[in-house]
Unconditional design. Structure first.
Length: 80
């Protein structure tokens, strides 16, 4: 299974950026998005180190809420 996660962009130096989620920072690639589309403070969906889509903040939060529920279920032994 492949999972992308929403991350907030904190630094941009196209074609690379630094993004953060849940207190973890990662260097990511912006090469799959047009130059200038992503700015500091924007949210992106990150999959295997690549920003694949720009997200609005509400969508990013909804995705993290869903992922948190999945992680909670796994921790409680309800998952795989």
């Amino acid at each position: 299974m492949c999972v992308g996660v929403p991350m907030k962009v904190v630094e941009v130096d196209y074609p690379m950026a630094v993004a953060e989620a849940k207190g973890v920072r990662r260097t990511i690639s912006l090469m799959l998005l047009p130059e200038g589309e992503v700015k500091e403070g924007d949210y992106v969906m990150v999959h295997v180190g690549n920003a694949i889509e720009k997200l609005d903040p509400e969508t990013a939060k909804e995705i993290w809420d869903a992922l948190d529920e999945v992680l909670k279920a796994i921790d409680e032994g309800e998952g795989y």
